[in-house]
Write a protein that binds this ligand. Sequence first.
Ligand code: FES
Ligand code: FE
Length: 416
Amino acid sequence: MAPVCKTISELLDERRPGHSLPSGLYTRRDVFDADMDVFFGRHWINIGLECDVPEAGDALAIEVGLSSLILLRDDDDRIRVFHNVCRHRGARILDPGPTMVAKLVCPYHQWTYELSGELLHAPHMGVDFDKSCSGLKPINFVSVGGLIYVCLSDTPPADISDLVETMEARLAPYDIRNAKVARQVDVIEEGNWKLTIENNRECYHCSANHPELCVSFIDLDFGYDPAELAEEDREMAVAHQTLYREKTAEWEGAGYQSAAVEHVRDCDTNFRTQRLIIAGAGESQTPDATAASDRLLGSMTRKDLGDTHLWGHNCWNHFMGDHAVTAIVIPLGPDRTLVRTKWLVHKDAVEGVDYDLEKLTSVWIATTDQDADLVARSQAGVSDPAYVPGPYSKFTEQQLDYFATWYVRQMKAHGY
Ligand code: FES
Ligand code: FE
C-alpha cells in the first residue's frame, strides 16, 4: 500500500508546543512552496540596503523564489524597487547581482525604461501604442533606517509601522543609509530556512561552536538554567544582569534607546531588538572585541554603546559603534538557503587606513561557516526517518518556541 501523505494542514496541527517542527515542515517541497508564498510572498522581507546602491544608476537584481527584484537609485537619488519583468513579453531585464545603468534596457527587444520605471522607448510598436500603461511594476518597500524591506503582496501587513517606529530612532546615529558595504559574503547553507533562523535565535550552541564570536558575544544574554550553573557562575550571571540594568539605564539616559522590544508572537511582522553588552574590550565583534574601524559609523562618537541587534524572520543584524554586520536569508529550496552577510563601515572609511578588512570580517565569516555546518547537520537529522520533534529548552530556546508558534499561526492564517 502506498504511504499516505499528510496534508500541510495536518503537519501544522501535529506541532506540539515547546517542540521543534515535524519533519515534513523542514523537508517537503510543497511546504517549501507554501513557505515562499506566505513568508516571502506575503510578509515583509529584508532584501538589502540603501547603501547597496549608493549612486544614481546603481542597481541590484535579487532573486526571491520565482520573483526577481530590481533595487535601484534613480536620477533623483530616490530608492526604487521594481519587478525584474519586462512589460513586453516578460523577459528578465537585469541578471542577478549589482550593475550600473543609465536606463533599464531589456536585452530581448530593447524596450527601454527610465530609472523611475516609466517606459521610454518600445521600438516598432506603432504610433498609437500607449507607453504610459507599460511601466515597470513597482514593489511595496519601506526603508527601515536604511534596511530595505519589501512585500511582494498588494496587501502588505500593516504592522511594518511598528518596526519603523522602533528602529528609526535606534538606527539614526549609525546612519546606515549612508554607510559603505566593505564586504559581502554569500554562504549557501544545506538546510531549510527555518533551521537557519532557529539556529540564529539561540546561543545554546555558542560556547561549544563559536570560539571567535564568544570573545565579544555573551551567550547568557539568550537564557540559561540557573540551577545548572556552578555557584560562582551563578554569581557571575546575576552580576551580568545587574550590569545590564545599569548599562541600559546609562545608555538610555544618554539618549540611546536600548531596552528589548519583542515583536515575535501575536503579530505579522516578526522582529526583536535590544542593545546588547559586548564582552571583553566591549567595542565590537572582532577577534579581540576592539573596534575594527577607527572611523565610527554615522554620528557615533562612542565605541562603548554595545551591539544593537535586530532580528527579522529573514534577517539578523548587529549595529556597533565602528561597524555593522547585516545578514539576509533567502530560501533556495527545501534544503538550501542563501545567507548573505555584509559588513558596513562609515562611507569615508578607507580600507588599510581606517580599518583592516580581516579584523572587520573574520569573526562573522568563521561564525557563519560554523553555523552552516550546524544547519546541515540539523537538516540531515530532521530528514532521517528516526527523527521525532524534540523539546526546546525553556531557558535557552524560548525564542525558537515563539518562532515555531508564529510560523504555524501565520501558515494557518494564510489558509494552509
Ligand atoms: Fe523585453 Fe521584449 S521581452 S523587450
Ligand atoms: Fe551560531
